[in-house]
Every structure is written in structure tokens, then in C-alpha cells.
Design a protein around this ligand. Structure first.
Ligand SMILES: C[S@@+](CC[C@H](N)C(=O)[O-])C[C@H]1O[C@@H](n2cnc3c(N)ncnc32)[C@H](O)[C@@H]1O
Length: 212
């Protein structure tokens, strides 16, 4: 299991690019992007907060969450971009949430970082977090390995079918595309999506685990 805090302390952070994810910029360049209608966006596994600040810079209130105190300390040291804040906590234990309300999530390299066995729990957490109509926008890293590399993670890859299967009980896929913009080396390996939280679970798929 990855010790994320240790990775941050040792600066073993190859994912850290010092700028927002290009697919997020691509999404936000569309003035009709659903994230502009959100009151508060959660960015799980935000690292040093590059994406959080991009959202804030575009006028969108955003909260970054990461379980690494070092990552959160770095994020908090950055110049403010707008209405952003950061929380240190584990997405899965919910302790960090308090009475905070979110109506959107931006996912980028948290899903591929967690153990794949936790993916159903990840989908459940987001379903519990978002109200009906809430937005789950994300870029998923499908094939993070170079040719010849062992397919080991993190990052752990995923297929479109796996991702839609995980979220479909609660979320409707509204938009999908291979992003035109990516970090160098990720071209053609990512899938940019916007899902909307359903009011009721999708009757076409197996009943999701009832919320606590
Ligand atoms: C691959 S890094 C990506 C960071 C950031 N999204 C980026 O692309 O720069 C994954 C991040 O998720 C955080 N993380 C992993 N599991 C988490 C959990 N259960 N709750 C909150 N953060 C988590 C790690 O500490 C790490 O900073």
C-alpha cells in the first residue's frame, strides 16, 4: 500500500506538474461547463492544489482534500487564486466533511491512485456526497503504463466500461471525450467525462449498496 505522506515528504511525486491538468483547462474553456454552476467543488486527492487553484481562478469555489499533511501544507503556501480552501483527511472516513456541502466533484488522479479494490467505495462516497443533479467531472487515466512496462500501480489503469459500470447506478454520463489537451506523455491515454447525479438509482442496473 502506498504511503502517500512519505512520497510527499521525499518529493517522490512524478504526478506533480506545477500546473493544472490540461483537460480541466479544456473543460473550463467551455463557458457552458456545468462546473460554472456549482456552488462548491470538491477535489479529492488534490495534492498541492494545482487544479483547485485553476477552478478558483475561474471564479468557482473549490475545496481540495488530501490525506497527506505535507501536500496540504504545500497547497496552503501557494498564493490565493480565488475562493479556495484545503482540508487534510481521508476521503473514505468522512471525518473531514463536517457540515460542508458540495454540489460538484473534480476527479483527477485520485481514482487511479487508490487501490482498485476501493473503487466501489469511491463511487459510493461521491454518490453520498452529491445531491441529485450534482456534477461529477473528471479525467480518468486509462492506460498509465508505457509499452513494455509492468502494468503495476499506482497509477492503476481502468477501462471506460469499468468506470461507467461503477458510477452508473447513481450517475448519468452526460459528456465524454478524449481530451485534446494532456500533460506530455498522457496524450490519448485519458478520458474526460461529465456525469450528473441521478435523483433515483438507475433501475437498469443492480441496486447499489444503500447509503449509510
Ligand atoms: C497521484 S497523486 C495526484 C495529486 C493531484 N491530483 C495531482 O494530479 O497533482 C494522488 C493524491 O491522492 C492522495 N490520496 C490518496 N488516497 C487518498 C484518500 N483516501 N483520501 C484523500 N487523498 C488521498 C495522495 O496523498 C496524493 O496526493
Amino acid at each position: 500500500m502506498t504511503n502517500w505522506e512519505e512520497r510527499w515528504q521525499r518529493s517522490e511525486t512524478p504526478w506533480e506538474k506545477g500546473r493544472a491538468a490540461p483537460p480541466l483547462e479544456e473543460l473550463l474553456d467551455d463557458p457552458g461547463c456545468a462546473l460554472y454552476r456549482a456552488r462548491r467543488v470538491l477535489v479529492p486527492g488534490c495534492g498541492s492544489g494545482n487544479d483547485v487553484r485553476e477552478l478558483a481562478r475561474r471564479g468557482i469555489g473549490a475545496t481540495g482534500l488530501d490525506l497527506s499533511p505535507t501536500a496540504i501544507a504545500r497547497a496552503r503556501c501557494c498564493a490565493r487564486a480565488g475562493d479556495e480552501d484545503y482540508l487534510c483527511g481521508d476521503l473514505f472516513d468522512g471525518v473531514w466533511r463536517g457540515d460542508r456541502e458540495f454540489d460538484a466533484v473534480w476527479e483527477h488522479t485520485c481514482f487511479c491512485a487508490i487501490d482498485p479494490g476501493l473503487r466501489p467505495a469511491y463511487a459510493q462516497v461521491l454518490a453520498d456526497l452529491l445531491p441529485a443533479g450534482g456534477v461529477l467531472a473528471g479525467v480518468f487515466f486509462l492506460t498509465p503504463w508505457d509499452p513494455g512496462e509492468d502494468e503495476q500501480g499506482p497509477p492503476f489503469g481502468a477501462t471506460r466500461a469499468e468506470i461507467t459500470g461503477l458510477f452508473e447506478p447513481w450517475f448519468e454520463l452526460r459528456k465524454e471525450q478524449v481530451p485534446a489537451r494532456s500533460y506530455p506523455g498522457r496524450e490519448g491515454r485519458e478520458w474526460l467525462t461529465v456525469f450528473a447525479r441521478r435523483e433515483l438509482p438507475n433501475p437498469g442496473v443492480a441496486d447499489p449498496v444503500p447509503s449509510a
